[in-house]
Write a protein that binds this ligand. Structure first.
Ligand code: MEV
Length: 313
């Protein structure tokens, strides 16, 4: 028995970190994917193969004792396998750079939850999302759930912890140029750093949350109008707030500056501390923006919004 699923990567356009404290974020899925194939096997083992390494364990192990980014797959397989004899073989193929803020781990959790559960029964997208968030919590307990949500449903959406997500019914005509600092980061530790910043600077943080909320409301209007140059200005503003909470560094600042030269606006996306920045462009400045990064030997690629989300085969 074999089951296969794929899920897209994501970009947080506005609101990362603040979303953890209840502020609304705006995210979109992008056209880069992770594909997970799950297969039942006779041997009593859970075996995971991926381009970031392999993990092979017997079912029934203690999840807290596993120290591997592949842990969510083991969690999911272990949870599902209970009712059957034998094991599960899982293969992960990714065209998403891993650990750089583009939602690779969320896409793994979503595609993993769909492929592994698909071996046993057909469940709804809502149930897959619930499983995926559970699995993500094995590596990052305080997740807001935003990343798994957008990887499941695709498109562009607003998300807050209390009200969940709502799709934004706009098909904005932009391209994002993603530039990779190649500095890997741990979302968990960057989020912990922000928590410490908040505890030391309660007033500043609370003001920033209010400013971010207002900015996100403005952005929702601008998206309706497809006002790309004003959206760019909001990106620049949001980057200032991210600088203030301490998730930037010299390399990221330099990359933001490079992106700003030709794009409408450039900011960090995701946890920060490393990872990626994105630059907002359209047909008129896409190539020039890419060239700015390439001239400085910074890896970059362009993406569009993925409207499909989770796909099962
Ligand atoms: C990580 O991609 C986004 C953060 O806002 C954390 C989260 O939302 O769970 C930093």
């Amino acid at each position: 028995m074999k089951s296969k699923a794929s899920a897209p990567a994501k970009v947080i356009l506005f609101g990362e970190h603040f979303v953890v404290y209840g502020v609304k974020a705006i995210l979109c899925a992008i056209n880069k994917r992770i594909t997970v194939t799950a297969e039942t096997i006779e041997e009593n083992k859970i075996s995971i193969k991926s381009n970031i390494g392999n993990l092979e364990l017997e079912p029934g192990g203690e999840i807290t004792e596993i120290n591997s980014p592949l842990k969510p797959f083991y969690y999911l397989a272990n949870k599902m396998i209970r009712s059957q004899k034998g094991g599960i073989q899982i293969n992960v193929e990714s065209d998403i750079p891993l650990g750089v803020g583009l939602g690779s781990s969320s896409a793994c959790c979503v595609a993993g939850a769909a492929a592994i559960s698909g071996l046993f029964k057909k469940i709804s997208k809502e149930a897959i999302l619930e499983l995926a968030i559970e699995a993500e919590k094995t590596i990052f307990e305080n997740t807001s759930g935003a990343d798994c949500t957008v990887c499941t449903y695709g498109g562009i959406m607003e998300y807050d912890k209390k009200n969940g997500f709502s799709k934004i019914e706009s098909e904005p005509n932009f391209h994002l140029v993603i530039a990779n600092s190649k500095i890997e980061h741990s979302t968990k530790s960057v989020v912990e750093g922000v928590k410490e910043f908040k505890e030391r600077n309660e007033n500043t943080f609370s003001t920033l949350c209010k400013k971010e909320s207002k900015l996100v409301e403005d952005v929702l209007e601008l998206l309706k109008e497809n006002n790309i140059s004003e959206l760019g200005n909001k990106i620049t503003k949001n980057q200032e707030y991210l600088e203030t909470i301490g998730i930037s560094n010299d390399k990221l600042r330099k990359m933001v500056q490079i992106g700003q030269n030709k794009s409408f606006g450039t900011k960090i996306t995701g946890a920060g501390g490393g990872g990626c920045v994105f630059a907002l462009t359209d047909e008129s400045n896409l190539e020039e923006t890419m060239n700015q990064f390439k001239d400085e030997n910074i890896d970059c690629f362009s993406v569009k919004i993925d409207f499909k989300g989770l796909d099962t085969f």
